[in-house]
Design a protein around this ligand. Structure first.
Ligand SMILES: Cc1cc2nc3c(=O)[nH]c(=O)nc-3n(C[C@H](O)[C@H](O)[C@H](O)COP(=O)(O)OP(=O)(O)OC[C@H]3O[C@@H](n4cnc5c(N)ncnc54)[C@H](O)[C@@H]3O)c2cc1C
Length: 490
């Protein structure tokens, strides 16, 4: 690892999907710069290494969740966790990015000095604490807490005699063969777990407070397969990405502009599979419109097929209390359970929990606006990587990494030691992630805000972003930071 006092030009925090992509962009677009990736864990891959629950997979297609510069070669378009981890690991190896990673290195604090035009990072390696400095700090630390999952206060849970499991901390030896399992939740994790666990469990019940929009999608993309047969890998990857981006943007816009038609389309599709209108109306027709919350995709309708086989059931009700034999619901029904999986969401955490200071003043994140969804007002030479919530994360993450490289090159060209975005007056504030999911609503107040207009608004539109982000006039909003700036709180 680094000796105390070591300097690198760019520090990337996190060796997940985003951090590896950021490493690729920094080394190809800023070849003269030194960089390091600081990773708290002992392995790379982030999300795709941490989550080990049965069936773990993406619900985005891998041609867009993968990197634009590294073709996705596996057969399945919607891939399982281990294949995604392999892809990230191989990409890091192929491009020598793995050599830049310092594992077991958690960044706990970052202090900016305008006098030195440097960030000083406090990093923890086991019991040791060290420092290193950099000119530009880029947080690719994801958006949730790796140490704790979201754990709702379930009444009476201490009376439950079975096993409680959280998907984020899946016990490797957890054997549920022939057992009755209840999965609490209705998001992507719950709909993944149900069919996967139903293969061995006696019965799996998904307990949801309210329905979620779920759409069956093909696990294998036949058109993509055809394109891959005809074209060389890199070109095929590009063509399939464009096809999928256009389809996804088009479908999202359709849902937003014609919500009633989208509702009818999705309920019609599910009814065709389940052949039970009442069941679909009761458990799969949310009050909110498609894409008010992230839409869950189920490859090859596996979730619905498990229901049709009688191995899985959905119950829409509220928990009254846990009892020794399972869960008593508000309706009075008792769900018998040998094991309960709490798939109720993640605990959000901004920027890997790093505490930021600018010239001795702590940065209150909720006082800041994001510029282009990446840099923070009043925080020099700092950027954060946040993906889309309505499309594959990497589409936005990669654009952001390229923008960060452009900002650094711009500083060099102009001879600026540092830059920070200067806010416009009269911005209407909005939460950074504009999704209604409960776990996002609970902690989004701890994150910076977005504004109501470009470039302060985090647009959920890759076509617009890809046309404008890298053409943005940096002189307009990014201001050079003087040697002893007065910190403004917006
Ligand atoms: C189960 C699951 C399924 C998902 N499926 C999809 C999907 O299908 N499509 C989609 O678009 N998105 C999906 N997502 C969102 C997903 O998190 C992103 O797609 C993507 O993996 C995020 O990558 P990342 O590198 O930004 O963050 P992460 O994968 O979270 O990686 C962050 C890395 O930073 C490290 N780190 C954090 N804090 C620090 C610190 N202080 N110091 C040093 N290192 C630190 C972590 O250890 C980790 O390795 C899913 C998320 C989950 C949990």
């Amino acid at each position: 690892m680094t000796a105390a006092g070591e300097y690198v030009d760019v520090v990337i925090v996190g060796a997940g999907l985003s951090g590896i992509g950021a490493g690729y962009r920094v080394q190809t677009e800023l070849p003269g710069k030194s960089y390091a990736i600081l990773e708290a864990r002992e392995s790379l891959g982030g999300t795709w290494d941490l989550f080990r629950y049965p069936g773990v997979r993406s619900d985005s297609d891998m041609f867009t969740l993968g990197y634009p510069f590294e073709p996705w070669r596996d057969a399945k378009s919607i891939a399982d966790g281990p294949s995604i981890l392999r892809y990230i690991t191989e990409t890091a190896r192929r491009h020598g990015i793995d050599e830049k990673i310092r594992f077991g290195t958690k960044v706990v604090a970052a202090q900016w000095s305008s006098a030195a035009s440097r960030w000083t990072l406090t990093v923890r390696q086991g019991a040791e604490t060290r420092t290193l400095s950099c000119r530009f700090l880029y947080s690719c630390a994801g958006y949730y807490d790796y140490d704790q999952g979201h754990a709702p206060d379930f009444p009476g849970v201490e009376d439950f005699s079975g096993t409680m499991v959280h998907p984020q901390f899946w016990p490797a030896d957890f054997d549920y063969t022939g057992r009755k399992v209840v999965v609490i939740g209705s998001g992507a994790t719950a709909v993944t777990l149900v069919p996967a666990m139903a293969e061995q469990a006696e019965q799996v019940t998904m307990l949801q407070r309210s329905p979620t929009w779920i759409s069956a999608v093909p696990g294998r993309d036949k058109r993509a397969d055809r394109i891959r047969e005809l074209l060389p890998p890199k070109l095929a990857h590009r063509v399939i990405r464009i096809k999928n981006i256009l389809f996804n943007v088009g479908f999202y816009q359709y849902c937003r502009r014609r919500p009633q038609a989208a509702r009818a389309l999705l309920t019609g599709l599910t009814t065709r599979i389940l052949k039970d209108e009442k069941l679909v109306a009761e458990h799969f027709t949310p009050e909110y419109n498609p894409w008010d919350q992230r839409l869950c995709a189920v490859p090859d309708a596996d979730f619905f097929k498990a229901m049709r086989k009688g191995k899985a059931e959905v119950v829409t009700d509220h928990i009254d209390t846990f009892v020794p034999e399972g869960i008593r619901l508000k309706s009075g029904r008792v769900l018998q359970a040998d094991a309960v999986v709490s798939a109720t969401g993640l605990k959000l955490l901004a920027f890997g929990g790093i505490s930021l200071e600018v010239d001795g003043v702590p940065v209150e994140l909720s006082d800041r606006f994001v510029w282009q969804g990446t840099m923070l007002t009043g925080v020099p030479n700092f950027a954060v990587c946040i993906g889309y919530t309505n499309a594959s994360w990497t589409l936005r993450a990669d654009l952001t990494s390229r923008l960060v490289c452009k900002v650094i090159a711009h500083m060099d060209r102009r001879g600026y030691p540092a830059v920070a975005p200067e806010p416009e007056t009269g911005l209407d504030e909005r939460p950074l992630l504009d999704l209604a999911a409960g776990y996002i609503q609970r902690s989004i107040g701890d994150f910076p805000r977005q504004g109501d207009r470009h470039p302060w608004k985090v647009r959920q539109n890759y076509l617009l972003d890809s046309a404008t982000t890298l053409r943005t006039n940096l002189d307009k909003t990014l201001k050079p930071v003087r040697r002893t700036p007065v910190l403004q709180n917006v």
